[in-house]
Design a protein around this ligand. Structure first.
Ligand SMILES: Cc1cc2nc3c(=O)[nH]c(=O)nc-3n(C[C@H](O)[C@H](O)[C@H](O)COP(=O)(O)O)c2cc1C
Length: 175
């Protein structure tokens, strides 16, 4: 690892919440940031139809049609992946991206935004998909947002990521 760890934040956001958390996190760490987009465009997921489509997609384990991304995850010490929770799962675009890139990760951390329930199941699914235990996780609920707790949660998450990476680096040096 170099002096400063190379960190990539990757997220999908249907209505902007996860994107906002990803931007905060990337500025705090600091990190490069990649947003996942679908070829169909944002309207594909918007409104009542988009909501219903998203529920069906996630329950049926469908794959998203993602646009190509710019950053190569294998160039980073850690990839921090953020998703909205859909039916207690990672959103379809994030599940698709993780399945396509799981061999390219050195370390991972996960975050999600959600109404209130299902973050643990979503994190378990993401963990199983990449075959790596996350160094840290962070779930931001609607109640957290209403109470203005998101900055504190994101700061704490960023601190945990940096601390765990530093610990791993020390272990690697002493081996
Ligand atoms: C299709 C769909 C399914 C959802 N399922 C859940 C759920 O199981 N649990 C939950 O707490 N919130 C659920 N939500 C709410 C979102 O996780 C929450 O609003 C999130 O912050 C949206 O993030 P975004 O603005 O980045 O898209 C769901 C939202 C959508 C669109």
């Amino acid at each position: 690892m170099q002096d400063r760890p190379r960190i990539l934040v990757v997220c999908f956001s249907r209505s902007g919440t996860t994107q906002r958390l990803a931007d905060m996190l990337a500025a705090t760490l600091p990190a490069d940031c990649e947003t996942l987009y679908e070829r169909e465009g944002p309207r594909w997921r918007s409104g009542t139809r988009g909501y219903a489509r998203s529920i069906v997609d996630v329950i049926a384990h469908r794959r998203a049609n993602l646009r190509p991304t710019m950053h190569d995850p294998s160039h980073y010490d850690i990839v921090v992946v953020g998703t909205p929770v859909w039916a207690s799962c990672a959103s379809t675009p994030v599940a698709t991206w993780l399945a396509a890139h799981h061999r390219q990760f050195r370390h991972v951390a996960f975050f999600c935004s959600l109404g209130g329930r299902g973050s643990e199941k979503a994190f378990e699914q993401m963990h199983a998909s990449v075959g790596l235990s996350p160094l840290a996780t962070c779930a931001v609920t609607g109640a957290d947002l209403r109470a203005g707790r998101e900055h504190a949660l994101v700061n704490e998450f960023a601190h945990k990521i940096r601390h765990r990476l530093a610990t791993l680096e020390t272990i690697e040096w002493t081996m």
